[in-house]
Design a protein around this ligand. Structure first.
Ligand code: NAD
Length: 351
């Protein structure tokens, strides 16, 4: 088992992370446990968790409906209500058992309930293992804008057990792999070379790949928790990717976060090349590898209009300037403020 130290908590990765969880639970005295899950993690992950961590058999289970469209304040009201009705107090522990929707929402609920109670993350999707469960960003979507309401609040521990991925679909594995590609492109050229050799979906979620991706993200987050500077690098692919995701969701299209981010990385690599950050060869290398894994997304005129509207709303912009985190070479990033909307339109059209 690998254990990675973050600012104030540890991330345990591997089969033995259940042991680490049991030690964590017995060392801390919580008044009661609340496990937040959705119907899928209730069915596929909760029995395994309870089997390995019998201390949790007394936990209250809060089961939510799955889906990004449920990552809302209305669902928070439901959870805050359930906590209140069952007598949760300052010493209660929230356990987020699920993908990024559960850890984002559960983390937000925990950080606001009675001005903040402890929570831990037990991620069950590849995306939440390598990205959402680490770094303390919590929140919900609001008026169609992704993660518009939220807090920065770190969990007390993260327990990553790849055993949970056995019931995850191939599409969901690819969804998480997009964030692994992203971290390699901005932070580690050697890791990128390693990834490029991987062709089968089975290898996307090996423990070694997961641990490497988490280590890279954690190194960045530790230096800049509140995203003043360095952490902005993690937004590569996300300016356009997030906006595309929001635009497609608003049109009731079936899109996953990682699929939108994969398209976003292709378009933002186009911008990086136009700005002479990366070379034509590097841009092609990025585009070819991502396109070999993810299907092209059809961007209609209507979607493009929505997408541009969302980009202008993005939290990452400062004033009228559009700020992008772009690779300057593969494996290193540069924050670039001042991307013109025309350049974005050109990247969309090239895509
Ligand atoms: N906080 C952050 O830093 C951060 C970073 C990246 C993404 N995110 C957020 O994460 C969310 C996406 O996360 P996600 O892709 O994990 O989505 P998700 O939580 O919706 O999970 C995807 C689907 O898989 C199901 N599922 C989960 N675990 C399963 C398992 N082991 N077996 C079978 N089915 C399982 C879920 O029920 C759901 O239907 C987005 O809301 C995104 O904004 C947050």
């Amino acid at each position: 088992m690998a254990t990675i130290k973050s600012t104030s908590y540890s991330i345990h990765i591997g089969e033995k992370s259940f042991d680490a969880l049991n030690i964590f639970l017995s060392k801390n005295t919580y008044s009661n446990y609340y496990i937040i899950c959705d119907e899928n993690t209730f069915e596929f992950c909760l029995p395994t968790l309870l089997f390995h961590s019998p201390l949790l058999n007394e936990a209250e289970i809060i089961e939510l409906e799955s889906g990004e469209d449920k990552k809302t304040l209305e669902t928070c009201l439901q959870v805050w209500g359930a906590l209140t009705d069952t007598g949760a107090d300052k010493k209660s522990l929230i356990i987020n058992l699920g993908g990024g929707v559960i850890s984002d929402l559960g983390g937000f609920v925990a950080s606001t309930f009675k001005r903040g109670i402890d929570c831990i993350n037990i991620p069950t999707t590849l995306l939440s293992m390598v990205d959402a469960s680490v770094g303390g960003k919590t929140g919900v979507d609001f008026e169609g804008i992704k993660n518009h309401i939220g807090t920065t609040s770190e969990p007390k521990g993260v327990f990553v057990n790849p055993v949970f991925l056995e019931t995850l679909s191939e599409r969901q594995i690819k969804n998480g792999y997009a964030e692994i590609i992203k971290i390699a492109l901005i932070a580690d050229a050697e890791f990128w070379k390693e990834l490029k050799k991987i062709k089968s979906v089975k290898e996307f979620s090996s423990e070694k790949i997961i641990a490497k991706a988490i280590t890279l993200k954690n190194t960045i987050v530790k230096k800049d928790l509140h995203e003043n500077d360095l952490r902005k690098s993690l937004n590569f692919g996300h300016n356009i990717g997030h906006a595309l995701e929001s635009a497609l969701i608003s049109q009731q299209k079936d899109i996953l976060h990682g699929e939108a981010i994969a398209a976003g990385m292709i378009m933002e690599s186009d911008i990086a090349q136009s700005l002479k950050r990366i070379s034509v060869k590097e841009q092609k290398e990025i585009t070819d590898y991502i396109s070999s894994i993810y299907k092209n997304i059809k961007i209609t005129k209507e979607i493009e209009t929505q997408l541009l509207k969302y980009i202008l709303h993005d939290k990452k912009n400062i004033g009228d300037d559009l700020c992008f985190a772009l690779p300057k070479v593969i494996g290193a990033y540069e924050l670039y403020c001042g991307v013109k909307i025309e350049l974005i339109k050109k990247a969309i059209s090239n895509y």
